[in-house]
Design a protein around this ligand. Structure first.
Ligand code: CA
Length: 330
């Protein structure tokens, strides 16, 4: 019997071992990652669950969540700390704006926020769409949701499809939240932990523009997640060594990398990506839009220069299908 057991154990060990080898030998996906910026926001209103489900169906690597707290401390997936550019808040709650005429997410409970209709982004002064060729304003039925709602959508789809698409949450305006008496990072990190996002292997990248706060997330909260320091100013490009002490990557905007055309007609590329890579930092640049080409003839030309000439590692895009398609054919 003991011999039989040993044979069984050896067989089991061999099969487990083979399995492990198989996983390692699986063809690796492109090293370049595609992040659905606010979902498939080129096609459906940003940060709505349908926009996230659509992005999921486009086989991206990560889906982005911007996070702002409600009055009752629910992390809401929305880009701005105020509501009037993507909802009908001014009609539903006309007397709830602050002195600056803005309606703040943090002044509403989650129950109240769920009463709002969400629209494609518009200018509340003129009621005109920011991107006129995108989804029409205030059509169909879109609602505000929480970070938990969205994680459950993505994890649910991971279960039903057998894929493993990640989340890419951004802690928005931590200092504003602090002034309002709220610790947004603490709340977000606790929820991420609850849903199993703890280490760099858990398909979650956490991003923030505020360097002090991202440092705090690493050092005070001891987060082991993959952290990306978002940047927007030239002076931040000189702080890569400092960022590398707590972050795993940087998120600059495209114009910090592609600096226009030279006299020979070639695109000028800054040293930012090379310097970031020297500091062992990945570069995920924002925002790639097929309807805002910034001087490029085609979207493919922009993607080619950014991904293969400038050698960035990831793309935040409103048009995930186009970027996935481009990377797959190259
Ligand atoms: Ca964002």
């Amino acid at each position: 019997m003991s011999r039989f057991l040993i044979v069984l154990l050896v067989l089991c060990f061999m099969s487990c071992n083979t399995k492990e080898v198989k996983i390692k030998e699986m063809p690796t996906k492109s090293e370049k990652i595609v992040i659905a910026h606010r979902g498939a926001s080129g096609y459906l209103p940003e940060h709505t669950l349908p926009a996230k489900a659509m992005a999921y169906g486009m086989n991206v690597d990560f889906i982005e969540q911007d996070i702002v707290l409600s009055k009752d401390n629910v992390p809401i997936v929305i880009h701005d700390i105020h509501l009037e550019t993507v909802t009908d808040v001014a009609i539903k709650f006309p007397d709830r704006s602050r002195a600056d005429k803005k309606f703040y997410v943090i002044d509403f409970t989650f129950e109240e926020l769920k009463q709002l209709n969400v629209s494609e982004r518009f200018d509340p002064a003129t009621n005109e769409a920011i991107f006129p060729n995108r989804f029409p304003l205030f059509k169909s039925n879109f609602k505000i949701h929480s970070l938990q709602d969205e994680i459950e959508l993505i994890q649910g789809l991971n279960k039903s499809t057998g894929r493993n698409i990640g989340i890419y949450p951004e802690v928005k305006e931590p200092e504003f939240h602090q002034k309002e008496g709220k610790d947004i990072s603490k709340i977000v990190l606790n929820i991420l932990m609850e849903y199993g996002y703890k280490t760099k292997n858990d398909h979650c990248i956490l991003q923030c523009f505020n360097a002090k706060e991202l440092k705090r997330i690493r050092n005070e909260f001891k987060s082991e997640l993959f952290l990306v320091q978002l940047i927007e100013f030239e002076e931040e490009e000189l702080r890569l060594e400092e960022f590398a002490k707590y972050a795993d990557g940087i998120g600059p905007w495209i114009q910090q990398i592609i600096k226009g055309k030279g006299v020979n007609g070639k695109w000028l590329i800054s040293d930012l990506v090379i310097n970031a890579h020297k500091n062992n930092l990945k570069v995920h640049a924002y925002t790639f839009r097929a309807d805002q080409l910034g001087g490029f003839e085609t979207f493919d030309e922009l993607l080619n220069v950014a991904l293969y000439e400038a050698n960035i590692d990831g793309v935040f895009t409103d048009f995930p299908d186009k970027v996935v398609g481009f990377i797959n054919k190259n």
